[in-house]
Write a protein that binds this ligand. Sequence first.
Ligand code: HSE
Length: 315
Amino acid sequence: MTTRAVASAAATVANLGPGFDVVGACLEGPRDSVTAELSDDGEVTLVAVTGDGGRLATGGPNVVTIVARHVLDRFAEPGVGVRLWLDKGLPLGSGMGSSSASAVAAALAVAALVSPEIPKEALLDACREGERLAAGTPHADNVAPCLFGGVVACLPGEGDAIHVLPLPVPEELVLVCVKPEYDVKTSDAREALPEKVALVDAVANVAATTAFVMGLVKGDMGLLSFGCEERLAIPARQGFVRGYAGVVAAAKRAGAVGAGLSGSGPTIYALSDDRQTAAEIAEAMVDAFAEVGATATAVISGIDPDGAQVSLIDV
Ligand code: HSE
């Protein structure tokens, strides 16, 4: 009999509200799953990938193998290897944290086999290495909410460290995520970012952040709405998403509290405080994408407070 670990990690919305590179939310789904089995050859082997439509290769550097290597190097005895199976439930290049979900599921599955004592906090840096490979930067605003759940702020610590601050989440908060059929590579979207921003935009973003955080604390949808006016990244990136302004306007007309780019796009998220309204917002956003010639699909989800999960099975 062999013990395997099966870990599941969900989609996330990074850059939530005005929180570029800082604030992210964990959705209930869709989810990626990684199954892991230890080996004694010291190698990290990605045996198979399913659910990706054949787009991901099993050979060469890959988010799950990089992350697994980091976890083994840090926590396992020398000579321990691992075999991995990745099942993609998230679309690639969607702006919903596809690479992060794979990274987090891989870290959690490998860690569960190496030692049940390894806390999630100790896996964050390994997961960020997956982001470095996928996007060119180890930003944490997808992997942290994916790992821990809820809505979190990723605060810079000493050196390269990140301190994860959980934020309160109003119980009724619902996210609508609408993805057009095309992809945007995070690395391309990062290249579009300005090196400097105007003081007026920086001040507006501080005001929006203050309102957004207080909106979360008080469950005040008016403050959250004000807080969704992001001025650092979206102005530089919205050109990647044809019809961006029209989709956001349609979401707001249908009752959205606020809307913005999910991560680096092309998914656009909207916030709602009611499931029925969320369904109407999703329909309006899909229709607005259709008006500019894009077929789009919607996910409606609450915030998952628990984050990624893992269990052990004997096969
Ligand atoms: N904060 C990251 C970025 C998230 O905007 O580049 C990428 O999903």
